[in-house]
Design a protein around this ligand. Structure first.
Ligand SMILES: [Zn+2]
Length: 114
């Protein structure tokens, strides 16, 4: 199993950073993890949300958010379009299904011969 992280949405925020008070460093990122193996891939249901300050390199946790930051968060959260969490089959899975079907077809064919 391999895990890939997809960046869904990111937004620069002009609010003051609660750590260094810079108004230029804050950025929200919304991402989603997808696990995959040789046969299929499937996105996880939860969205990973991070507020990070590029100025002081700190991750700002929701407990330290101001009301303004929360408002910007709520706005950006609505812009996020999550990946569907359905299972997506890979070409190898289809090949195996086809081989299976051919194999089954061959058995039925031989059974009908006798
Ligand atoms: Zn900062």
């Amino acid at each position: 199993m391999e895990t890939k992280t997809h960046l869904l949405h990111s937004a620069k925020v002009s609010n003051n950073c609660p750590e260094c008070y810079s108004t230029e460093g804050l950025e929200f990122t919304f991402s989603q993890e997808e696990v995959e193996n040789k046969l299929y891939s499937k996105a996880k249901g939860d969205i990973l949300e991070t507020l990070r300050c590029k100025n002081c390199q700190q991750v700002i946790y929701p407990v330290n958010w101001t009301a303004d930051i929360e408002r910007v968060y709520n706005y950006n959260r609505k812009l996020v379009k999550p990946l569907g969490t359905g299972m997506k089959l890979k070409p190898l899975a289809y090949i195996l299904i086809i081989i299976d079907a051919l194999f089954l077809g061959a058995i039925i064919y031989y059974l009908n011969q006798s």
